[in-house]
Structures are given as structure tokens and as C-alpha cells.
Design a protein around this ligand. Structure first.
Ligand code: FAD
Length: 397
């Protein structure tokens, strides 16, 4: 039976980075994955260009039952550290919006970099490997694989969450946590499009592909100002993905479709200048024409000239466009979600090392635990930071 200083399960963002760091510091590391290729989510990320971090990373951008847990790791391995690493590999990048950093060329460059970092650390990588069972004794952990058995003092679970099962997502990490008596918080899809109830969905389907800047507010008061996209299934776009992580089934969200316009003042000014102008054409100066036409067909925008718009109707219109209350039917679920909320309870783990208090030598890093970032590179930064914190501990062994 082959023994390693550390075995890392999951060759995704967190697992590869952790294995590489520990290996480079001298640990003998085995990296396991059940997939054919490492870093499959990285390749899909950021529309193929990987939004690998964010300039404005801060703990407030992470959801967790314990909002303090992420602070230590994020402070010890920052976005600037990762940017420096990317720079060492000559990977060109750019800031797209809101501090989001993307590769100029391809996400493959990030995967290649992580593979090279693993090689530099002499990490043994085994792909297409199923872990049949994990057992613990006085010497550490024994993993029965399809083929052979391996052992280690330190076992790192970096198997990610449940989103996108097509990219290898599995509940493996949660099952291991439960096997060793750790609490796992209920999971749900995050950063995911909303689906809509039948009548509204059918009414809005003509808008599929229309995108507008919006301010979207959840029932708990969380607000995002980004773009909203109408789709044939419901609502998507960055604003919707962001708020989906704060939305609970049955709740409403409020959407301001005109965040950059003081609609009352605009309508008053337009009425004074062009009283005979149609309300529809006036609103089309601020909103996509297709959206205005659709809302008029739905009776939300009266078919009148500006001079005919009375103050009660104007008030109603302002409310419709700036506080549109939508009750999503649900979300598209793990099939399209970018992340999984919930997971291994951070109260079970050390925020310095990611080690399970109840199971010495067992670590959880990345998305498998109950730390979920906003859209915009925050989730990869958590993968790098939690992996780095854990790797320091593997080295100290
Ligand atoms: P993963 O990267 O999911 O890696 C887990 C690994 O474990 C996988 O390789 C999997 O095959 C392996 N595994 C699972 N179960 C087993 C098992 N039983 N046995 C062996 N191996 C197993 N975040 C950003 O910050 N920026 C982005 O641009 C971005 N874009 C995204 C786009 C998409 C389409 C998706 C789905 C997610 C995106 N995310 C993005 C989120 C980000 O990809 C994840 O938060 C991040 O990959 C989590 O890293 P991880 O290492 O914890 O898990």
C-alpha cells in the first residue's frame, strides 16, 4: 500500500492549487479525481476566459452561516498573490467590470498553470479514479480506490459542490463529512437563473435576449446593481444570478428597470416639452423598445400621449418600472447553477487550517464547505485562499 504525506481529492481549482503548494514545499502529495481531465469547471468558467479573481475581494462578498470564517484565509492569500502567480506565467489578463479579472486568451491557461505548478511540486495525479471507501485508524486515512489502496496522514477534500453534475460534481465531500461526524448544512443552487410561473413566463417570452441595467433587491434587503437578461425560461443575467443566492423559495424580488433615471422628473420634463408625444415612445428613450411594447401589451404602460397621463397613472407606472415585484417560480437548479450554497458547516473546521476539529488530519477546502462568493471571481479566490491556508498545514506536518 503506497503512503503519501497528503492525499487531495478533487483536481479542481482548490485541489490543484493545494496539492501544488504542498508539493512545492516538500510534501509527497497524491491528487485524485474521478474525471478525465483536471479543472473542468475552470475551463467552462467566465465564458471560457476564467474570471480568476476580483480586485475588490472582501469577506462581505461571501455567504456563510459564519460570516467571519473566511476572513483569515482571504487575508493570508489575497487576490494580489494570485495575480502575481498569473503574471509569473505570462498570462495576460484584463479587468472587465466591477473588478472582475479575466484571461485575455483562454481559461486553459489557468488550468495549464495549475498543472505546471503541480508538476513543479512533484504531485502524483491520478485521474479517472473512483474512491470506493475511506477509513481512519491511528496512522491516518486509508482510501480504497478502483485498482489499489493508498494511505495518508492528511486527507484533503476538495471535491466541490453539486452544481453542474455534467462537469463531475458529486456529493462525495458531504458524505465524507457525515461519515466523520461533521455537520453538513442544507445545500441549494446559487448564482442561478430564476424560472417564472406560467402566465408571466408566457407573457415575457417575447423578450428573450433583451438585457437591461437593473437594481434588484431581495426580501432581506440585499441589493445588486448589474444587468438583467430576459430568457425563454425566465430571468437571468448577473443581477439575477447574484440575488438568487439571497433568495428563498416563495419570496419576491423587487426590480428597478430604470436605475439610472429619475422617472418622475423625466416624464414631467418630457410632458412639458412634448405634450403630444406618446408615452410609449417617451419610455423607449430609456428602455429597450421591445420591453416597452411588451409592457404595453400587458397593460402595464397605458397607450396614451404624455398630456393624457394623469398623476395616478404616472405614479402606478413609476412603481411598475422601478419596483417591479416578481415572485420567481424557482431556479434552474444545479443543472445551470455556478455554485452550491451551504455544505460542510464551517463551525466544524479551523479557519486557519481548514482542518476538521472532530477528525484530525481531515481537511475541507473550496466550494464543498459553507462559503459561497458573489459572481465575479470571488469563488475562485476562495478556492485559492482556502487551498493555500490548508497547504501550509500539510507542509508543517
Ligand atoms: P471544483 O472546481 O468543482 O472541483 C471539484 C473536483 O472534484 C472536480 O474536478 C470533480 O471532478 C472532483 N470530484 C467530485 N467528486 C469526486 C469524487 N467522488 N471522486 C473524485 N473526484 C471528485 N467562479 C469564479 O470565481 N469565476 C468564474 O468565472 C466562475 N465561472 C463559473 C462558470 C461555471 C459554468 C460554473 C459551474 C462555475 C463557475 N464558477 C466561477 C464557480 C467556480 O468554478 C467554483 O466555485 C470552483 O470551481 C470551486 O472550486 P473547487 O475546487 O472547490 O471545486
Amino acid at each position: 500500500m503506497e503512503r503519501f504525506d497528503a492525499i487531495v481529492v478533487g483536481a479542481g481549482a482548490a485541489g490543484m492549487f493545494c496539492a501544488a503548494q504542498a508539493g512545492q514545499a516538500g510534501a509527497r502529495v497524491l491528487l485524485l479525481d474521478n474525471g478525465k481531465k483536471p479543472g473542468r469547471k475552470i475551463l467552462m468558467s467566465g465564458g471560457g476566459r476564467c474570471n480568476f479573481t476580483n480586485m475588490y475581494v472582501e469577506p462581505a462578498a461571501y455567504l456563510s452561516q459564519n460570516p467571519h470564517f473566511c476572513k483569515s484565509a482571504l487575508a493570508r492569500y489575497t487576490q494580489w498573490d494570485f495575480i502575481e502567480l498569473v503574471g509569473k506565467y505570462g498570462i495576460a489578463w484584463h479587468e472587465k467590470t466591477l473588478g472582475q479579472l479575466f484571461c485575455d486568451d483562454s481559461a486553459q491557461q489557468i488550468v495549464d498553470m495549475l498543472v505546471a505548478e503541480c508538476e513543479k511540486g512533484n504531485v502524483t495525479t491520478r485521474l479517472r479514479t473512483e474512491i470506493i471507501c475511506v477509513e481512519r485508524d491511528d496512522d491516518g486515512y486509508t482510501l480504497q480506490l478502483n485498482g489499489d489502496t493508498v494511505a495518508t496522514k492528511k486527507l484533503v477534500i476538495a471535491s466541490g459542490g453539486l452544481s453542474m453534475p455534467g462537469l463531475g460534481a458529486s456529493p462525495f465531500g458531504y458524505k465524507i463529512a457525515e461519515q466523520f461526524g461533521l455537520n453538513v448544512l442544507p445545500t441549494r443552487a446559487g448564482l442561478v437563473p430564476f424560472t417564472l410561473h406560467k402566465p408571466l413566463l408566457e407573457q415575457l417570452q417575447v423578450l428573450s435576449g433583451v438585457s437591461v441595467p437593473a437594481v434588484i433587491t431581495a426580501d432581506d434587503g440585499t441589493v445588486f446593481r448589474e444587468s438583467l437578461l430576459f430568457t425563454h425560461r425566465g430571468l437571468s443575467g448577473p443581477a439575477v444570478l447574484q440575488i438568487s443566492s439571497y433568495w428563498q423559495s416563495g419570496e419576491f424580488v423587487s426590480i428597478n428597470l430604470l436605475p439610472e433615471c429619475d422617472l418622475e422628473t423625466f416624464l414631467d420634463e418630457q410632458r412639458n416639452a412634448h405634450p403630444n408625444q406618446s408615452l410609449k415612445n417617451t419610455l423607449a428613450m430609456q428602455l429597450p423598445k421591445r420591453l416597452v411594447e411588451c409592457l404595453q401589451l400587458l397593460g402595464q404602460i397605458p397607450d396614451v400621449q404624455l398630456k393624457q397621463l394623469n398623476s395616478k397613472d404616472q405614479q402606478q407606472l413609476v412603481e411598475t418600472l422601478t419596483d417591479w415585484r416578481v415572485q420567481p417560480n424557482g431556479t434552474e437548479g444545479y443543472r445551470t447553477a455556478e455554485v452550491t450554497l451551504g455544505g460542510v458547516d464551517t463551525n466544524e473546521l479551523s479557519s486557519r487550517t481548514m482542518e476538521a476539529r472532530k477528525a484530525p488530519g481531515l481537511y475541507f477546502i473550496g466550494e464543498v464547505m459553507d462559503v459561497t462568493g458573489w459572481l465575479g471571481g470571488y469563488n475562485f479566490q476562495w478556492a485559492w485562499a482556502s487551498a493555500w491556508a490548508c497547504a501550509q498545514e500539510l507542509v508543517d506536518a
